[in-house]
Design a protein around this ligand. Structure first.
Ligand code: NAP
Length: 309
């Protein structure tokens, strides 16, 4: 495949950046991939496993002269990183990010982007519960969605070039408004994560059910919750703090629905429960038909986990 950007700089060397590097290098999409991570430990690991072509000592050193700079740090750290690299950004370069929240990232990053540099926020809907420089793999984005939320006045050519890189890594690209993105993700990812965290927390508190019983008898439902609830605490803390409005909106609706179901159970209203579960079953079928999950009994988790974030 053809080179899309001469030099790509990855700021942050965790699951997403690592997977990008592996995917780009496998397909020959960049002449050089340079990377920076905050801790010396991560930088050493990245060097040791050859995660990128070159590891730099500072974020600015990585970003200097890069044609594409990818901010791949927790959402709450994006603004500070953008401020650090802003003075060295090359004219005509593109800055993107992979944060799971978009409105807050745009607010934190856009003010630092100099004239003549394109800022095109993005979010790959692909991930696992693992994090760090050793967790990435080249096929992470294959057949997954990658949402771009270009800001007003974004250069269509720069957007098309970035979309071309993303497609060449195997993902499908769609553009949407940042606020709409945050609402969609609050429904599809953020609130479900909070529910998983809560469910695992509840089981942990239920001393009548011993830990060994929870583990031994955990059917797919609870097991899936524990997998989700093992996700990176820093990343998810930032997601909830930075997508507060949309998450609180969806959580309010969730609580109302939960009370309705609770009442149906108490009143023995089997018809209500049956109708409700019939509707939700149709939603699950739709996800499978759209190719975003498998109908295998183990949800395909034995192959690759494909949790969206
Ligand atoms: P990760 O594996 O935990 O890697 C995060 C990277 O950011 C590490 O290199 C870390 O450096 C660095 N970092 C952490 N805190 C920092 C700070 N305060 N300042 C500068 N650098 C810092 O995370 P990830 O899963 O790749 O996630 C990165 C971004 O992708 C996040 O914004 C997340 O919302 C988004 N995202 C995640 C997923 C997912 O499922 N994981 C999916 C889609 C999008 P050290 O290792 O040196 O600490």
């Amino acid at each position: 495949m053809a080179v899309v950007y001469d030099r790509v700089a990855l700021i942050g060397l965790g699951l997403i950046a690592g997977s990008m590097s592996l995917a780009m290098r496998e397909a020959g999409l960049a002449r050089e991939v340079v990377g920076y991570a905050r801790s010396a430990e991560t930088r050493d690991t990245a060097r040791e496993i050859g995660l990128v072509d070159r590891v730099t000592g500072t974020a600015a050193e990585a970003a200097e002269g890069a044609d594409l700079v990818v901010l791949a740090v927790p959402v709450g750290a994006m603004g500070a990183v953008a401020a650090e690299i802003a003075p060295v950004l090359k004219r005509g370069a593109t800055v993107t990010d992979v944060g799971s929240v978009k409105r807050a990232v745009v607010e934190a990053v856009a003010p630092h982007i100099p004239e003549g540099v394109h800022f095109i926020p993005g979010h790959p809907l692909a991930g696992t519960e693992h994090s760090g420089p050793r967790s990435g793999f080249a096929s992470l984005f294959r057949n997954r969605w990658w949402l771009l939320t270009p800001v007003e006045g974004s250069d269509p050519e720069a957007v098309a070039r970035l979309a071309g890189l993303i497609r060449a890594m195997g993902a499908n690209v769609e553009e949407m408004d940042a606020a709409h993105h945050d609402l969609v993700l609050a429904v599809t990812s953020h609130t479900p994560h909070l529910i998983a965290y809560t469910m695992v927390g509840v089981a942990d508190h239920l001393k009548r059910v011993t830990e060994s019983e929870v583990i031994k008898y955990s059917a797919a439902g609870f097991r899936d919750f524990t997998r989700i609830a093992a996700s990176d605490p820093t990343m998810w803390r930032d997601v909830f703090l930075q997508n507060k409005d949309a998450v609180l909106d969806i959580l309010g609706r969730f609580t109302e629905e939960l009370f309705v179901l609770q009442r149906a159970i108490r009143m023995g209203d089997g018809q209500h429960l049956h109708d409700y579960f019939t509707r939700t079953r149709a939603i699950r079928r739709g996800i499978i038909e759209a190719g975003q999950d498998t109908s295998a009994p183990d949800f395909g988790r034995s192959q690759v986990s494909g949790k969206d974030a």
